[in-house]
Design a protein around this ligand. Structure first.
Ligand SMILES: [Mn+2]
Length: 269
């Protein structure tokens, strides 16, 4: 099937909510009742943040890793971007409470991990297979005309001028043990709201011109927070910045929906 004809979906932040994810994938026709790939030649991009804040981050990773293989066998594809919480968990695993060299007091991955919903069971459940797979995932990708990224930030541009150079730079850091560089990934990817406000469309254009694509799709920032409403009220992704940006983090960990969004997203659907 031609790439342009393949149904394409993006999935926002899961944060350990394996059952909600399975239910949402099933509703989209991507998963069967035995939790196996049912999406045929469809293509699914997860936008990261599988772990922390919820009960079963490892279960989420295992499900997604299984789907990667099953989708490939069926002629489809499942891919994922790294979210800041993958960096946080991997950093916790690699560096623990080792202080980050900085002028801002005592910082460590262990401290930030605790403050940001880290789950001991996730760390305990990590295997070499998980570590190898997670630490080699990209942070930026394209799905046709969509520029996919976890965080609504321009900080990705600090690592390079195109998709490949950015992903290579981050992958190289994650393959090494420089705590300062690791911390910089966490810090940059924890920033948000770059595309909000009156300058939002212009900032989005800058990203799209530099990296390619006509619309940014991101997770990371809970839609309800952006709109100032209760998470339970959210039923769909948030198209904003003059239609140049689509936010898909329904905020499942605060009671919002687990959004599985078909691309291209049509506001009138
Ligand atoms: Mn995030």
């Amino acid at each position: 099937m031609d790439d342009r004809e393949r149904p394409t979906y993006v999935v926002g932040d899961v944060h350990g909510h394996r059952e909600e994810l399975a239910t949402a994938l099933r509703a989209a026709g991507l998963l069967d009742d035995d939790d196996r790939w049912a999406g045929g030649e469809s293509r699914v991009w997860f936008l990261g943040d599988f772990v922390d804040r919820g009960p079963d981050g490892i279960g989420v990773i295992n499900l997604v890793m299984d789907l990667v293989d099953q989708a490939a066998d069926a002629g489809g594809s499942v891919d994922t971007l790294l979210g800041n919480h993958e960096i946080l968990m991997l950093g916790m695993y690699a560096f623990g409470d080792t202080a980050v060299p900085s002028d801002f007091g005592v910082r460590s991955f262990a401290r930030s991990w605790l403050l940001n919903g880290g789950r001991p069971d996730d760390i305990k459940g990590l295997t070499d297979r998980h570590l190898e797979w997670l630490s080699t995932r990209p942070v930026i990708a394209h799905a046709e005309d969509h520029l996919l990224m976890h965080s609504d930030t321009t900080e990705y541009l600090e690592w390079g001028d195109d998709e490949k150079s950015i992903n290579d730079a981050v992958r190289e850091i994650l393959a090494d043990d420089d705590l300062t560089e690791w911390w910089e990934i966490w810090r940059r990817m924890t920033t948000r709201y770059a595309f909000r406000g009156p300058d939002g469309p212009e900032v989005a254009d800058l990203m799209l011109q530099r990296l390619g694509g006509t619309r940014i799709v991101h997770g990371h920032s809970v839609i309800a927070d952006q709109m100032g409403v209760a998470p339970e009220e959210i039923t769909k992704p948030l198209l904003y910045a003059g239609g140049k940006v689509l936010g898909v983090d329904g905020g499942v960990f605060v009671g919002g929906p687990m959004l599985v969004v078909s691309l291209p997203y049509d506001e009138d659907e």
